[in-house]
Design a protein around this ligand. Structure first.
Ligand code: HEM
Ligand SMILES: [Cu+2]
Length: 674
């Protein structure tokens, strides 16, 4: 391959002009982007966005930005899914579908990578950013600036995946990137490099977030909040951060070794010269299995909050919930081999990992029963958030059972790499992760913005997703039994086609679900006055985030609350304690906004781009810029400021006054509406 000093291996041929689908997409995105930029400029919104959002180190703002990023990536990941589904519905026998094999392979690789790394991860990280400091009565996270760095690293790596659409190609080696296929010899183009570097750089951001929240939860809880008085969502996040800290370094090392194979002709994972591709499979899943719990455990926490709130009860079996979470986390590190039972580890090893896998069903079952007992005899209020939770419990149980089936090594020999597996993991991830995040989004949205989301479109989105899910994925179980392998861009068995057509219809229904979610947001923004709730405790819930006005002041709590009970806010309500802080106030110490996070993200992106295209000057330049920024930041003393007690008093009075006014206005509106 020819390379030039300036552009590395990048030439104009890297842009896939000949591919109408890609060019159409790139064209549309470009036009939309230009329109957005023009609109923002016209509205003079740039200064506001820059000062109030991009450079913000406020955990609440960062949380919202994470969620927006995740939603944008979800649209991309779902577009990939629709393309695969329409293609597979057509590509039987003489039908060739409309995607050439090398394009189809990029799509499933991009879909898997995006959904896990850039949809699931940032969605829960966004929710946790917003909620956890509020739940534990803190002013912010332990390292607010690092929090902004993590976010911009995530954006940079997501951008890298998106750019691969227009410049070069994406990996064809699946989201798991197994060698030898991902080695240079078999994947010489830039695809695997895009995949590898985006995971690598994004992974560092995630690791930093994990450390940040671990320290935050450990060190910054309000007085009185012992570990066993932490709200359950905070507990699941706490355990998740431990999983992140133990597993992400493994990913970092694995990808670094693969990079050395690809860039320096090493042989860690080749099949010759002493390499061993099984090492990759092991390392990848030592990260990868905990990773699926990283995206699922936070959702468990959300369901627990939602189910207890809308059953108007305290959570059944809080302590067992906590221990079950810890047990799942520990077990998640001793099951990785179930991802390759067929690779010849031997019967005893397989038996060990099979049994370990099945044991995970026990703590998970404990959780399911706890949710059911929480609902039992509760006054259940069927809000959208609650619907997502109930849909989850039922659907997740089905997915769990097929998982136990797959954990039987003998059965796995038949079902491995089949559509049965695809059905199984979507059956876990869609209810177990996405439904949870959607529940959390409906639940905490009023806290974020001071008005709730529309229920009608919310219910529509729920039902479309739920029914769509069953239609789209149940046929895949059958296809797996019928022997259809995963990752097929073409097949010759006419009996498979009807199932794939049903799956396509299901996917259309999910598309309507997503449309309903967009409508829900749009309608809610339009009707925000009628949906107003500013005083804070819209659902009658238990934990501290509900004890302050919505949206919370930028410093969260004027005075650090004192926690007496596991259900800190319920305790206050029951004992007639007014949560509103009163004068005299103490000065509040706040971090200053910083643009360095944005620039670190920018140079991380150019670093990744340079690495992908072998533009070494860009790599060195970006590294130098990153280093300089870090030095700059470290030697900057002006990183925080103090809010005087008088200022706090003014802010507090304003916040409560406007909250009360909004509430009165809201009641008046309701009265006139009849
Ligand atoms: C929203 C509806 C979704 C649909 C219709 C869908 C559809 C698909 C399809 C058709 C495939 C390829 C299956 C094959 O190899 O034959 C696939 C693969 C995959 N999906 Fe999804 N998916 C959806 C959501 C998700 C979500 C939410 C996640 C994760 C959070 C996810 C993660 C994956 C992964 C990891 C793969 C494997 C990619 C690979 O083979 O390397 N999907 N999906
Ligand atoms: Cu696993």
């Amino acid at each position: 391959m020819t390379t030039s000093a300036l552009f590395g291996r990048l030439t104009l041929d890297a842009i896939p002009y000949q591919n109408p689908i890609i060019m159409g997409t790139v064209g549309t995105v470009t036009v939309l982007g230009v329109l957005l930029v023009a609109w923002l400029t016209y509205q003079r919104r740039w200064a506001y966005l820059w000062n109030e959002w991009f450079t913000s180190v406020d955990h609440k703002r960062i949380g919202v930005m994470y969620i927006i990023f995740s939603v944008i990536m979800m649209l991309r990941g779902f577009a990939d899914a629709i393309m695969m589904r329409t293609h597979q519905a057509l590509a039987q026998g003489m039908g060739q579908g409309y995607l050439p094999p090398e394009h189809y392979d990029q799509i499933f690789s991009a879909h898997g990578t995006i959904m896990i790394i850039f949809v699931a991860m940032p969605f829960f990280i966004g929710l946790m950013n917003f909620v956890v400091p509020l739940q534990i009565g803190a002013r912010d996270v332990a390292y607010p600036f690092l929090n902004s760095v993590s976010f911009w690293l995530t954006v940079a790596s997501g951008l890298l995946v998106m750019v691969s659409l227009a410049v070069g190609d994406f990996s064809q080696a699946g989201w798991s990137g197994y060698p030898p296929y991902s080695e240079l010899k078999f994947s010489p183009s830039t695809g695997v490099d895009y995949w590898m570097w985006s995971l690598q750089l994004g992974g560092i951001g995630t690791l930093v977030t994990g450390i940040n929240f671990f320290v935050t939860i450990l060190r910054m809880r309000a007085p009185g909040m012992s570990l066993m008085k932490m709200p359950i969502f905070t507990w699941t996040i706490f355990v998740t951060t431990v999983l992140i800290m133990f597993s992400f370094p493994v990913l970092t090392v694995t990808l670094a070794l693969l990079a050395m194979d690809r860039y320096f002709d090493m042989h860690f994972f080749t099949n010759d010269f002493g390499g061993n591709q099984m090492m990759f499979a092991n390392l990848f899943w030592i990260w990868g299995h905990p990773e699926v719990y990283i995206v699922v455990l936070p959702a468990f926490g959300i369901f627990s909050e939602v189910v207890s709130t809308f059953s108007k009860k305290r959570l059944f079996g809080y302590a067992s919930m906590v221990y079950a979470t810890i047990a799942i986390a520990i077990l998640s590190f001793v099951v990785w081999l179930h991802h390759f039972f067929t690779m010849g580890s031997g019967a005893n090893v397989n038996a060990f990992f099979g049994i370990a896998t099945m044991i995970i069903a026990v703590p998970t079952g404990v959780k399911v029963f706890n949710w059911l007992f929480t609902m039992y005899r509760g006054r259940i209020e069927f809000t959208t958030a609650m619907m997502w939770s109930i849909g989850f419990i039922i659907t997740f149980a089905v997915g769990g059972m097929t998982g136990v089936l797959l954990a039987v090594p003998g059965a796995d020999f038949m079902l491995h790499n089949s559509e049965f597996l695809v059905a199984h993991f979507h059956n876990m991830l869609i209810p177990g992760a996405l439904f949870g995040y959607f529940a959390g989004y409906n639940f905490w949205f009023p806290k974020m913005f001071g008005f709730r989301l529309d229920e009608k479109w919310g219910k529509r989105s729920f039902w479309s997703w739920l029914v769509g899910f069953y239609l789209a994925f149940m046929p895949l179980y059958a296809l797996g039994f019928m022997g259809m392998p995963r990752r097929m861009s073409h097949y010759d068995n006419p009996y498979w086609q009807p199932y794939l057509i049903v799956a396509l219809l299901g996917t259309f229904l999910i598309a309507f679900g997503i449309f309903s979610q967009i409508m829900q947001l749009a309608v809610s923004i339009r009707q925000r006055h009628a949906l107003r709730d500013r005083t804070g405790d819209i659902w009658g819930s238990h934990s501290l985030e509900w004890s302050i006005p919505s949206p919370p002041a930028f410093y969260n709590f004027a005075k650090t609350p004192v926690v007496e009970d596991l259900y800190a806010f319920t305790y206050m309500k029951e004992n007639g304690i007014n949560p509103r802080a009163t004068a005299p106030f103490a000065p509040i110490h706040m971090p200053r906004n910083s643009s360095i996070g944005v620039f670190l993200g920018l140079f991380t992106f150019t670093l990744g781009f340079g690495l992908v295209w072998h533009m070494w000057w860009l790599v060195v330049g970006s590294l130098f810029a990153i280093l300089s920024l870090l030095v700059m930041r470290s030697s900057d003393d002006n990183v925080d400021y103090e809010l005087s007690p008088q200022q706090v008093a003014v802010y507090e009075a304003e916040a409560y006054q406007s909250a009360n006014q909004a509430t009165e206005q809201h009641s008046a509106d309701l009265a006139t509406q009849g």
